[in-house]
Design a protein around this ligand. Structure first.
Ligand code: NAD
Length: 263
């Protein structure tokens, strides 16, 4: 399942030149902001949605409405979580996550706005206060009635097919992730858009930029005059607006940039 951790050898000479120019811009426009998606975590072994091996083609995601309305859907949802969450906890951050931490520790990167729900930026050592998880996190359980949140480690699931409920109000609970058809946490989106408006350089890594409203974040940054850099294996709809586009592995490209700036 794991992809090989990428090395400098996987970058072409032209990609290295583009990344060297990008490193120069990061030095000038520090602290920059990162906007990450599922692609930064594929090298840790978590499949993305829309890449060539993406989950999108295999599993239809549960919508928020189905979850709310159908106890059978909820039972299947918790069965999947019982199976998959223990593996999710074991997943390790990769070279891409670690390179962003190196940039952050050097004062070159401030906020990491992520669509990922895997918590790997924080696991890699990113300052938790600096990470905005636009689509929530699998590492918390949220009550849909009273909105309380519980760390997953302190929320053991009942045995068998019994449905978990909020220990405080008895309401329906769910992973603290944003399902299809569910609104983002307004405050997270507001903060992300504010940061996008103010930043001088936004570094997009591993996102197809097809999921809205999240994809508005780099769009707004570019429209406000920020330098836009996109590191993604496939083309994205914002490539025409970007100052730097590198179609390469996130681990290799970010490690190269971090080596140039902090090595
Ligand atoms: P996406 O699946 O739509 O797109 C991922 C992009 O990353 C693709 O264009 C792919 O070509 C590229 N990519 C894959 N591996 C890469 C690598 N190693 N280096 C560089 N690029 C790589 O992902 P998205 O834009 O984040 O949107 C998907 C939605 O699914 C998000 O809302 C996210 O919450 C959710 N999701 C999250 C995870 C996770 O937390 N790790 C995993 C799957 C899906």
């Amino acid at each position: 399942m794991h992809e090989m951790t990428s090395t400098r050898a996987t970058l072409t000479e032209q990609q290295r030149e583009t990344l060297e120019a990008l490193a120069g811009e990061i030095r000038v426009r520090r602290p920059v902001v990162a906007f990450t998606g599922a692609g930064i975590s594929t090298e840790s072994g978590i499949p993305d949605y829309r890449g060539p091996n993406g989950l999108w083609k295999r599993v239809r995601p549960t919508t928020f409405r189905e979850f709310l309305n159908d106890p059978e859907v909820r039972a299947a949802y918790w069965r999947r979580r019982r199976e998959r969450y223990p593996q999710m906890v074991q997943v390790e951050p990769n070279a891409g996550h670690l390179a962003l931490v190196r940039l952050q520790e050097a004062g070159l990167l401030s906020t990491i706005i992520t669509q990922n729900i895997d918590g790997l930026h924080q696991r890699a050592g990113a300052d938790p206060e600096s990470v905005i998880e636009l689509h929530g996190t699998v590492h918390e359980i949220r009550c849909l009635e009273c909105d309380r949140r519980f760390p997953a480690a302190e929320f053991p699931l009942p045995e068998g097919d019994e449905e978990p409920v909020c220990p405080v109000c008895g309401g329906i609970v769910k992973e603290a992730t944003i399902s299809f058809g569910e609104s983002l946490v307004a405050d997270d989106l507001r903060r992300a858009l504010e940061i996008a408006r103010d930043c001088e350089l936004m570094l997009v890594v591993g996102s197809s930029l097809q999921v809205n409203p999240a994809a508005k974040v780099p769009l707004i940054a570019a429209q406000q005059g920020a330098v836009l850099a996109i590191i993604n294996r496939e083309p994205t709809p914002l490539d025409p607006l970007a100052d730097f586009v590198v179609q390469a592995s996130a681990g290799a490209a970010l490690s190269y940039v971090a080596d140039l700036l902090t090595g």
